[in-house]
Design a protein around this ligand. Structure first.
Ligand SMILES: *Cc1c(COP(=O)(O)O)cnc(C)c1O
Length: 372
């Protein structure tokens, strides 16, 4: 395997789309707080304070209107699909599907025996589609950023009575969003929030809370671990239904305070956009590369770049990996000659230009020629 000259290397080689780069400063702070936090009870005040700080931090970051609540629980974003199917969809959901993650929520809804078949609007990866205003559904769902394809969608109500339920997993912590335009914005923190996995967070409007309460009171059977009402009751006390990962909470708190101290979501979005703009510009100028997603929907956080037959993207990714630049493989099921870069706010712009320099170096120093 070719060895990339050390002078070209990024300082940090983590460019994955999730789990994604956690800032070294946050990891150091986790190590230093270790003995007073890790291995202590999640029912006592140090952890309750931590959860409280995160809940307040999220309200501040998104300027949540009064009545909106920050609810959290265990199981990551995937768990939230089941929670929504159990406790937010009354009869039928409508889904915009433009990649793997949006599709998984639609499937969860399709499999639920107590719901009518969902309305599914689907387009091929690389574009975006939203539920339609006249969809007769009580939940409208799509992803703010489809991590599997690198497409970002608008977040806006469709003008119906339906709840707008948005998967914010790789967008939350990086992209601005107007809370008046959603009822639920849920996400896991191991992507743009530069934390570790295992938790879900949901920013919920009064209408969403009312819906969850009404369904729970209707007599529908809802397992406790899938109950949004149970999760809410615990969250309001800065607790979770069962034991959360304390290190995930701590890293989340660290990233939230870093973003808030530096100016909030616009600071985070600027950093991510600076990173992805570099990559899109590079691809547009490159003879063998093109951005995969239609210009209008190109994600400011996850850039996907297609290569023509002259270039073997799999080989580039594996050579980069061998050089400790990791996780730029495309989403496994997409099956394209592609590289995918997670360029969340934690990633430094300088490292992105170094990453591109390393790829250029590999492309101009093919295996056959001796390394310069
Ligand atoms: C990663 C991801 C998920 C799944 O998150 P988990 O925490 O692994 O369940 C869901 N939706 C989107 C948009 C994602 O990027």
């Amino acid at each position: 395997m070719r060895k990339i000259p050390p002078m070209l290397m990024p300082r940090d080689g983590r460019f994955g789309s999730g789990p994604a780069k956690i800032r070294p400063e946050a990891l150091a702070s986790l190590a230093s707080v270790g003995t007073s936090l890790l291995g202590t009870s999640h029912r006592q005040s140090p952890v309750k304070r931590l959860v409280g700080t995160i809940r307040e931090g999220l309200s501040e970051l998104y300027h949540l209107p009064s009545g909106y609540e920050v609810i959290l629980g265990n199981g990551g974003a995937s768990q939230f699909w089941d929670i929504a199917v159990c406790g937010l969809v009354e009869q039928r959901s409508a889904h915009g599907v433009f990649g793997e993650f949006g599709g998984k929520f639609a499937t969860a809804s399709a499999q639920a025996p107590h719901l009518a078949d969902p309305i599914i609007h689907e387009v091929a990866p690389g574009s975006v589609v939203l539920p339609q205003p006249d969809d007769d559904a009580d939940v409208h769902a799509w992803a703010h950023n489809e991590t599997s394809t690198g497409a970002a969608a608008p977040v806006r109500r469709s003008g119906t009575e339906a709840l707008t339920v948005i998967d914010g997993t790789s967008a939350a912590g990086a992209l601005n969003v107007d809370p008046e335009q959603f009822d639920v914005y849920y996400f896991a923190p191991q992507k743009a929030f530069a934390s570790d996995g295992g938790l879900w967070f949901a920013l919920c409007s009064p209408a969403a809370i009312e819906r969850a309460e009404r369904i729970a009171a209707s007599g529908r059977w809802i397992p406790t671990s899938l109950s949004l009402v149970e999760a809410r009751a615990n969250s309001l006390k800065n607790q979770t239904v069962n034991t959360p990962s304390l290190s995930t909470l701590w890293l989340m708190k660290e990233q939230l305070s870093w973003v808030l101290e530096n100016g909030g979501i616009s600071f985070a979005e600027r950093r991510a956009r600076e990173n992805t703009d570099q990559v899109y510009t590079w691809a547009e100028e490159h003879a063998h590369a093109t951005p995969f997603v239609e210009a209008e929907y190109r994600s400011p956080v996850v850039a996907t770049i297609d290569f023509d037959d002259a270039i073997d993207a799999t080989k580039i990714a594996s050579t980069l990996r061998h050089n400790s630049i990791v996780d730029v493989e495309p989403y496994r099921k997409l099956g394209r000659n592609q590289l995918r870069f997670g360029l969340f706010p934690a990633v430094d712009a300088e490292d992105v230009s170094r990453l591109l320099g390393c790829i250029d170096w590999l492309l101009t120093h093919p295996e056959e020629t001796p390394d310069a």
